[in-house]
Design a protein around this ligand. Sequence first.
Ligand code: ZN
Length: 108
Amino acid sequence: MHELAIAESVVSAVLERTDRHVSVVRLRVGQLSGVVPDALTFCFEIATVGTPLEGAVLEIEEQRGRAQCRSCGQEFSLDDAILLCPCGSADVELLAGRDLSVTSVEVA
Ligand SMILES: [Zn+2]
């Protein structure tokens, strides 16, 4: 399961930086990353059992996809992974929406 691997890497990334008890982990998840927030929350609970993150709340902020057209220069939002500018060009650079990052952590 995709989300379990992601949850485990989030947990180990946090544990590398702190060994204190963590109460909240905030993530920013791009809408084009393919990650399902509900599934990730579920897997996070499993991945934290027996670690200092056990019982921590996972807060997920979804980030919309954003791209810029190389033909007309227009910047636009993306709701799916179809990279097509309103002008009709597919020569489009993805600016945001595919990444997943930990934005902050609260320690108890
Ligand atoms: Zn365009």
